[in-house]
Design a protein around this ligand. Structure first.
Ligand code: ADP
Length: 516
């Protein structure tokens, strides 16, 4: 076939109204012109062609394309050739359709991946400002728009306030002017915002859309925004704010699919925002609680000391005059109750001291030696209950790094608990070992044990499992919480296993100190 000059290209599409290609495209029927001179009404689109044939590529009744052949002389094409071309057309249409479906599926998969990644980045923090920044960035990146703003909605004043602003590429020639953080807009002068807030659905606005309200268009034009999508951020039916996705580089129509993507992200973002709000409320309560405990324990120590002092004075003067048995009982009650309070306050203050101690006093030391010391200091307690307290310490333990006072307290709590929660005549075995870069301590007893239902809470402050048989054991429920705080602060882990009636093993490990 001779080559003829082809006047059209991708930037200059062929009008479907002209020529046999157009006819094949419009009607879905093969156009075969053996000689153009006999068919003046059916002009070839390639100038100078004498014979031409156009076969539509049909798929499910839809024309996907047209194959056209043209020749400068007649007699090049015949019926067989046209039939062959039609067969080829059918195969080509299937191939084209497959390719199109494949592209769609690929697009869908990449949209899903982008959404998934974006929502994962948004939800991977609990810091509110960080979440807001991430939402703005994720939205602008997912929709490839030039900037995004997140607004807070204040229902009392009917205003929206700027919480986060993200500009995609600060160097690009995006002309939109963006508001500073904390800037507020009154809904009265921004009808589009009002609609989004009231109806709680998204709205796409374009500066070249003459049907917009005068005010909305004036704002877009003044701020050099070609196109804006406003998306409400809603979590559990509550409006948390509004996101604005802005195109300031060129006119743009946000497609329905893009708005849908923005809405999907907005849903995730609103939940993340809500969670961070709940989290900070809990954090505030936690701080308040700690503060109250701290104040109460400091403030109670002096009056308690004076109660205990006067109790002893009272006892002394009553002893001089002789005491009735009832008076003796009252005094005993006074003594034991104030002793319980003293232990509670001591535990609270130790916990507080340990929590506020700085790492500056840390040193490299032998944990094995510390465990020996602790076990020795508790031998008397175990002997009182006729318990066998044994220690197994591996030789040549490597040193660990940390606070001797804190770890002494932690080990003492574990050994003390084993003695407390094991009946008379029981067995307690303490071991210290070196295993895989760690020094591990464990305390095993054959005491009362803890039932599975109560095990989950034993590291909570003030929690006491109160298993049958342990009613007479006094305690504050602070010991294990201290052990956990101390061990985790030393980059170690606490563990335990326990069975009611059989006993418990509590243990922890610390990393071996790195060489200086
Ligand atoms: P407490 O001051 O009550 O001993 P802890 O925080 O040290 O507080 O321990 C919390 C609870 O865990 C205890 O009240 C007890 O019920 C349980 N517990 C701790 N150690 C043991 C153990 N070795 N055997 C059985 N129960 C234990």
């Amino acid at each position: 076939m001779d080559r003829a000059r082809f006047p059209h290209d991708a930037h200059n599409p062929l009008p479907l109204t002209a020529g046999t290609i157009g006819l094949a495209g419009r009607t879905g029927m093969t156009q075969y012109v053996p000689d153009a001179q006999d068919a003046a009404d059916r002009i070839p689109f390639i100038p100078g062609a004498r014979a031409h044939v156009s076969v539509p590529l049909l798929m499910r009744g839809e024309v996907l394309g047209v194959i056209t052949l043209a020749a400068v002389s007649t007699g090049v094409f015949d019926e067989d050739m046209v039939a062959f071309l039609e067969r080829l057309g059918r195969r080509a249409a299937v191939a084209l359709d497959n390719a199109r479906l494949y592209r769609q599926a690929e697009q869908l998969a990449s949209d899903m991946a982008a959404l998934y990644n974006a929502s994962r980045t948004i939800t991977s923090t609990l810091n509110r400002d960080e979440i807001l920044r991430r939402i703005a960035r994720a939205m602008s990146e997912t929709l490839e728009c030039s900037s995004a703003i997140i607004f807070d909605y204040k229902s009392e004043t009917q205003e929206v306030q700027v919480l986060a602003v993200h500009r995609a590429d600060p160097d690009a020639d995006a002309g939109e002017s963006l508001p500073p953080l904390k800037h507020t807009y009154s809904l009265v002068s921004y009808p589009a915002f009002q609609t989004v807030v009231e109806q709680q659905h998204s709205l796409a606005l374009r500066a070249d859309d003459l049907s917009l309200t005068y005010m909305d268009r004036a704002h877009l034009l003044a701020d050099h925004m070609h196109s804006v999508v406003l998306v409400p951020l809603i979590a559990q039916g509550e409006l948390m704010g509004v996101a604005a996705l802005i195109e300031g580089r060129h006119p743009r129509v946000f497609t329905a699919n893009e708005v849908y993507k923005a809405e999907a992200l907005a849903g995730q973002a609103a939940i993340a925002l809500r969670q961070s709000m709940l989290f900070s409320e809990i954090q505030e309560l936690e701080t308040l609680k700690t503060e109250m405990i701290r104040m109460a324990s400091h403030d109670l120590r002096n009056p308690l000391n004076s109660i205990m002092g006067y109790t002893e004075l009272l006892a002394m003067s009553l002893e001089e005059t002789g005491m009735t048995s009832a008076q003796q009982m009252y005094l005993e009650n006074l003594r034991s109750s104030s002793e319980t309070m003293r232990v509670l306050l001591e535990d609270l203050l130790t916990l507080e001291r340990i929590e506020s101690e700085r790492a500056a006093e840390w040193q490299s030391f032998d944990l094995g030696g510390l465990v020996v010391e602790v076990v020795e200091s508790q031998l008397a307690g175990a002997r009182l209950k006729q318990q066998a307290l044994r220690l197994e310490r591996q030789d040549n333990l490597p040193p660990v790094q940390g606070s001797v006072t804190q770890l002494r307290q932690a080990v003492a709590n574990l050994v003390g608990n084993a003695i407390k929660y094991t009946p008379e005549g029981g067995h307690i075995e303490v071991t210290v070992r070196h295993e895989q870069g760690r020094v591990a301590v464990s305390v095993k007893d054959d005491g009362y044990g803890i039932s599975p239902a109560r095990q989950a809470r034993i590291f909570e402050r003030f929690y006491r499992a109160r298993e049958p048989g342990t009613e007479h054991v006094s305690g504050t429920g602070l010991g294990l919480s201290l052990v956990k705080t101390v061990v985790e602060r030393h980059e170690g882990r606490v563990w335990f296993s326990s069975a009611p009636g059989e006993g418990s093993t509590f243990g922890f490990w610390l990393p071996v100190a790195s060489q200086p």
